[in-house]
Design a protein around this ligand. Structure first.
Ligand code: AMP
Length: 249
């Protein structure tokens, strides 16, 4: 079974993100970039499935600038077998990502696509769902446990107020939640080996996909600064403030 894992290059989660002075977006110059954490979990799950003898090949895909090759090399060092970069300098929104991934699924015919539930830069939480719709495949989002048997995936999902277990027929889409696994670190020997693994580069044009953005960003602003808090003497004083100052009750 072949598994496709889309991995996005995003600002590292430890970086304090700053808005550009002209409010057109966030500062990315000289900022540490890494693989989206949920995509590391997706790669880890695919590697575990290969180690368990369920999967035979893992293909990592990234869409974006030339530098996404670094993200793909990390995926290869974690255990992916080969990689595909869809290279573009254009702004790529989730619908365009889903269309490009569909074109790659049509070429590669994987049985499973494991994506992150969301990219931590745009927090869209859309790509997996859109890809499932475009392919007309079943989807199980927010996975915290995955078991594959008899051409079916049994997925425990994190939902509001608890857990839900669903069974979906393959081929299918799964998106990862935080508690699915703990991704491994790439070891130095594996980082060296990853340099020799195949990495194909293609373009949106070659895949016949129009990636024109459908959404326009008007402006990006910093969240309002938090004002200092105050200690109240007792519950009565708290209720009074909530009623008369905050006017929330
Ligand atoms: P989003 O819908 O943008 O929150 O992203 C959800 C998931 O889609 C991510 O965790 C990735 O697995 C995948 N994805 C989104 N954008 C890209 C991209 N540019 N390249 C590769 N995968 C992506």
């Amino acid at each position: 079974m072949k598994i496709l894992v889309p991995v996005k290059r995003v600002i590292d989660y430890n970086v304090k993100v700053r808005v550009k002075a002209d409010q057109t977006g966030v500062e990315t110059a000289n900022v540490k970039m890494s693989m989206n954490p949920f995509d590391e979990i997706a790669i880890e799950e695919a590697v575990k499935l290969r180690e368990a003898g369920v999967a035979t090949e893992i293909v990592a895909v990234s869409i974006g600038m030339t530098q996404c090759q670094e993200t793909l090399r990390t995926a290869l060092a974690m255990g992916a077998d080969r990689a595909i970069l869809v290279e573009t300098a254009a702004e790529i929104q989730p619908l365009a990502v889903a269309k490009l991934l569909k074109a790659i699924v049509d070429k590669e015919a994987p049985q499973l696509v494991i994506l992150g539930k969301q990219a931590i830069d745009d927090d869209s939480n859309q790509t997996g769902q859109m890809l499932a719709a475009l392919l007309n495949w079943p989807q199980a989002t927010f996975a915290s446990k995955v078991t594959i048997a008899n051409n079916e995936a049994e997925v425990m999902r994190e939902i509001d107020g608890g857990m839900e277990t669903v069974a979906i027929k393959l081929p299918a889409i799964i998106t990862t939640d935080l508690r699915l696994n703990t991704p491994r670190y790439a070891t130095l020997p594996n980082i060296m080996k990853a340099k020799k693994k195949p990495l194909d580069v293609m373009t949106p044009d070659a895949l016949g996909v129009d990636v024109t953005p459908r959404l326009k960003t008007l402006k990006v602003v910093e969240p309002a600064k938090r004002k200092g808090g105050v200690m109240v003497a007792d519950v009565a004083a708290l209720i009074d403030k909530l009623k008369n100052e905050a006017k929330v009750i």
